[in-house]
Ligand binder design. Sequence first.
Ligand SMILES: Nc1nc2c(c(=O)[nH]1)N[C@H]1C(S)=C(S)[C@@H](COP(=O)(O)O)O[C@H]1N2
Ligand SMILES: [Mo]
Length: 553
Amino acid sequence: MTQTARRTQDPAPSGPGQPLLRLAPHLLAGVLAAAVFLGAADLVSRLFGPTSSPLIALGSTVIELSPSWLQDFAISAFGSNNKLVLYISMGVVGAVLAALIGVLARARMRLALGVFALVGVILLIAVLRRPENSAIDSVPTLLGALVGLLTLLLLSGAATGWLGHPGTQDPAQHSVQDPAQDPAQDPAQDPAQDPAHSRRRFLGLAAAGTALAAGSIAFGRSVNALGRDVGAAAAQLVLPTPAVRAAAIPEAASVGVEGVPPFITPNDEFYRIDTALAVPELSPEEWTLRIHGMVEEEVTIDMAELLDLPLEEHHVTLTCVSNPVGGDLVGNATWLGHPIRELLARARPTGDADMVLSRSIDGWTASTPLEVLTDEDRASLLAVGMNGEPLPAQHGYPARLVVPGLYGFVSATKWVTELEVTRFDEQTAYWTDRGWNERGPVLVASRIDVPRPLAEVPGEELIVAGTAWATHVGVETVEVRLDDGDWESVELAEEVSTDTWRQWRHTFADVGSGRHSVTVRATNAEGEAQIAERADPIPGAATGQHRIEFSVS
Ligand SMILES: Nc1nc2c(c(=O)[nH]1)N[C@H]1C(S)=C(S)[C@@H](COP(=O)(O)O)O[C@H]1N2
Ligand SMILES: [Mo]
């Protein structure tokens, strides 16, 4: 059929004449119905806990089920922002799906309602699969689905009333032509069929739907923030005075170059990596840690007992195995906690155990060598404090593990509630199930912080500075080279502990103008040099030397 033929057969409707414009109200009806669903459910979820929100549950399920290369990519490429990227991707996919349901509703309302309800059931399954949730947590999704379905029904109905059913002529056309011709369509006889009335009705409903969706999400989120503040204030987790204080940090621990991150990373600047879309809300009153498995005596302690034990303070640098060369998934804090070895000693692991599987309230797990946790010379902590404050919610409030010398994925369980003493050949953990190494010792690494990549700097006294770490082993030397020149040893800041990173600086005199590069490498206290060969983080951390380019003016 030619274009002209079709046009003559299918008279162009009036009103929003373009086919796409005529579809727009239906697309909008679908998108708004979905937004009302998720917004209302998200608001109601405040009464039940963050993981009862279908949005959060779906996101968590997507994270859990996505292939590990995608998770690795998201963490390497977006670092601490990877969740925002997930939300945006989910929003785009969700909006397209919802718009399609809206279009379907134009021709087949019942089918569209059925598909919408099916999506609701899928979300309900996602909610019920979360380890933190129970049957009662289905309430937000059920209520949300109900108002969502109602929104779809009303809005789609109004859109059809305004623009007509597909295949039929536009009701607007009848009224413009001659209402008397078809008494059934006469607006004087049936105001509900009046297209102007339907248009107003559609626009009114659409505005109400938008307000409801946006309002409930905004209100829900603010209640959430308030709730958390109140929770933290009410909990009043007062940290006791440490029985063992961390060494004072000498001024010489910093090289004093602007642009190098401070020796102690402030809590709100500390990198954050975890699979938890909604930060678990776990009050100190409900928190307990259960030590079980291959032990002679099962031990459970609560927060009051933990705070009564002698607590130790240690400076420990924490880093993520996914950190790319030169990346910022590393931070250094003063942690306050009780040695895990003491708690394990109470439980008395049996002789053939070689691993501790720690589990968080949201079901995440890490496998840590038992010998690392029982090591007398290592400050492996069940931590409650970070830089003089209770742990921030994002960093594991009210309790987490911190183990010097191991990457976070095999040791640093946040919101920890369980230590299962077991064997490497019997159990696996979240990331080791996804192809990462079973053992995760931190590799010696170094980074250039100054100058910034592609900076323009003066050449007479070119200052290069940065950070290096080889946690629990210690950094022995750091060397830099300009372009392809000789390696030169840098000035290292004072070592506070082998468990912390070290700042370094170097000055190059009279660097000629133009483009240059600088490369860094470190060697640990056991004489092991940083691996020069470039490799991706999986399975045991990225390797390669950090090199940046800059120009001298
Ligand atoms: N419950 C829980 N704990 C977790 C994780 C997680 O996904 N869930 N991620 C681990 C990883 S991979 C790292 S690198 C550290 C990061 O700790 P931070 O977010 O406090 O910097 O936490 C670890 N603890
Ligand atoms: Mo990590």
